[in-house]
Design a protein around this ligand. Structure first.
Ligand code: MRU
Length: 354
């Protein structure tokens, strides 16, 4: 399943998304036929994970374009731009969403003088390219992660991960799980400790499901057990994904990642972020500028539809937190692993990209 694209399937006039709210017990696909339904699917977590959101949004723009059957260029352009706007409002933290939308918009602007059919064609090709590139990128992250991590211990490694940064969170293979897949292919995995990741349970429901299907030994723990296993030297390395990395290396990821990074520092355990370069926000100087999504309190009040907290008790639901770059051993990207000093090394990478 690693590089089999089960997260999303492009069908030309529709986008099929595996409904991640229903996994692991039901494999159902939700069909999006326009930008609005794609934006809702992103907002409602049918599709989730930074790179997967970006790919879905690119197809959402394509759907907006392909839906138009008239012959007014102005109408067509305004429909596509409305689609881009709707998609941009779906979730605020993962920068890959805005990165993908900006790629689509740039192409729209570049081809503005062309025919409607030509623009439709160009947008669809670009969305497919974003999807294909993501799989290649993740495989490169996997290879670079192997180089960064395999030297840490002679024996097989016990790796702790949080949330789901796997095939389901990307177009295929995964970022943090791409690194774990690559370590496993090289016989370096003892087991993966999977944080359940309250409140949405991406670790318990999605990561364990992916790892099990790949035959990678894994054990689910509740989020409050990480310190226990670290204190008993049962964690050799922590590898997680990211939703947005600032220019100083501060990294936003699923709520709970910050706590893990502090624990890892305390127990002197290497802590790696695995993310594509498209997750680096070169306009953001530090992590405190990263917008943090506040999700519906019902996700905290309920566990899989069962109420555990009554309405009269207040709850909070910040969906992400920011790990300080000083607690990050390295940021594994498709271009190699970035090590401290992050400000200098991320600036160097930015220069290489222009
Ligand atoms: O709220 P989610 O499930 O979209 O959050 C996902 C994460 O935090 C992932 O770790 C991150 O997007 C990296 S995915 C390769």
């Amino acid at each position: 399943m690693g590089d089999r694209n089960l997260t999303l399937k492009w069908k030309g006039t529709s986008l099929e998304l595996i409904d991640q709210r229903k996994l692991p017990f039901r494999e159902e696909y939700l069909i999006c036929r326009d930008a609005g339904s794609t934006a809702r699917a992103i907002r409602d977590m049918v599709v989730r994970g930074a790179p997967a959101i970006g790919v879905a949004a690119a197809y959402g723009v394509t759907l907006a374009a392909n839906q138009y059957t008239g012959d007014s260029k102005d109408e067509f352009l305004s429909l596509v731009r409305k689609g881009v706007h709707l998609l941009s409002k779906s979730r605020p933290t993962a920068v890959n969403l805005f990165w993908a939308l900006s790629r689509m918009e740039k192409l729209l602007d570049k081809n503005i003088g062309e025919s409607i059919d030509h623009i439709k064609q160009v947008l669809e090709t670009e969305a497919k390219k974003i999807e294909q590139e993501d799989i290649e990128t993740n495989k490169a992250i996997g290879r670079n992660g192997l180089i960064a991590i395999r030297g840490l211990a002679k024996n097989k490694l016990s790796v702790l991960t949080h949330c789901n940064a796997g095939a389901l969170a990307t177009a295929g293979y995964g970022t943090a799980l791409g690194v774990i897949r690559s370590l496993h292919e090289n016989h370096r995995i003892e087991r993966v400790l999977v944080d359940e990741t309250r409140p949405y349970l991406q670790g318990a429901r999605l990561t364990s499901w992916e790892l099990y299907q790949e035959g990678i030994p894994c054990t689910v723990i509740t989020d409050n057990m990480a310190a226990f296993f670290m204190s008993r030297k049962e964690v050799n390395v922590v590898v997680v994904g990211a939703d947005r990395v600032a220019k100083n290396g501060d990294s936003a990821n699923k709520i709970g990642t910050l706590g893990l990074s502090v624990l890892a520092r305390h127990y002197r355990i290497p802590f790696f972020i695995a993310a594509p370069v498209s997750t680096i926000d070169f306009d953001m100087h530090s992590g405190d500028q990263i917008p943090i999504e506040q999700r519906d309190g019902r996700e905290v009040r309920e566990v899989m539809g069962t109420r555990i907290i009554p309405d009269y008790i207040p709850v909070e639901n910040p969906s992400f937190d920011v790990t300080s770059s000083k607690d990050i051993t390295g940021i594994i990207t498709e271009k190699g692993t970035i090590y401290p000093p992050y400000v200098e090394n991320i600036a160097k990478l930015e220069q290489e990209l222009v």
